[in-house]
Design a protein around this ligand. Sequence first.
Ligand code: GTP
Ligand code: MG
Length: 266
Amino acid sequence: MEKLVIIPTYNEKENVESIIGAVFALQQNYHVLIIDDGSPDGTAEIVKSLFEKHPGQLFLEERKGKLGLGTAYIHGFMWALSNGYQYIFEMDADFSHNPKDLERLYEVCKAGAGIAVGSRYIKGGAVVNWPANRIFLSKGASLYTRLITWMPVKDPTAGFVCYRREVLETMNFSAINFVGYAFQIEMKFAAWKLNFLIAEVPITFIDRKLGDSKMNKGIVKEGILGVLKLRWMSMFKNYRRNVKNATPPYNIDGAFNTPEVFAERK
Ligand SMILES: Nc1nc2c(ncn2[C@@H]2O[C@H](COP(=O)(O)OP(=O)(O)OP(=O)(O)O)[C@@H](O)[C@H]2O)c(=O)[nH]1
Ligand SMILES: [Mg+2]
């Protein structure tokens, strides 16, 4: 149980089977956890129909409604920690992230980084098929985040990431504030504040071909205000102390683990 790819889904019936297939086709011993938020299009049913094909490798957590990307990932992180995984990945279901790049992220974490970020905005990275306004927004967000926070990450909104287990264990997830793009920024910010090494790996990001975007104005607004809030909290509210987990690790319900689970994992 080394590597777990967490894929959050909301109405991804056109993509979910092929993205799962693409990860298992790598034959590099990844497990996959889908976090589905009650997709009305039946995404979860498609996942269940694949259990038989991938026994012990494919998992599904279903939540009642669309609760946002950030809380979906936090749910997945707690699941990953309580199930003993060492390297935990974030990846979208829509093929914007190429599963073949998972191994490159893994190698960088294995070599010692706390977080490996699949980055569009370093040398060798690229964005394909995005309209000019989307690129402008994304690059603008990157620049804005760096200006305000001084965090040394060129693609802070990136959602293709590998975390070493220790990074997630060290975080107090209940102190994480945001759910959209700001969530991706905050995860990196928190890891940086906790002194973990963040490495960027160039990737080519390709716009989704199938299914609909879940991007909306609220997510952009959260990003703009969220970055200011992060800076504010880190200056005056002792962000670092709050985001540090006093008593790792968690169990899946968000309560602290029982001693048995802790002992089992050692
Ligand atoms: N579980 C869950 N998954 C979500 C939610 N919102 C988005 N997702 C998933 O998160 C991933 C990223 O969402 P996207 O809609 O692709 O957002 P994006 O990549 O920022 O924008 P586009 O690629 O332009 O659509 C996809 O796998 C979505 O299905 C949510 O509220 N809950
Ligand atoms: Mg996408």
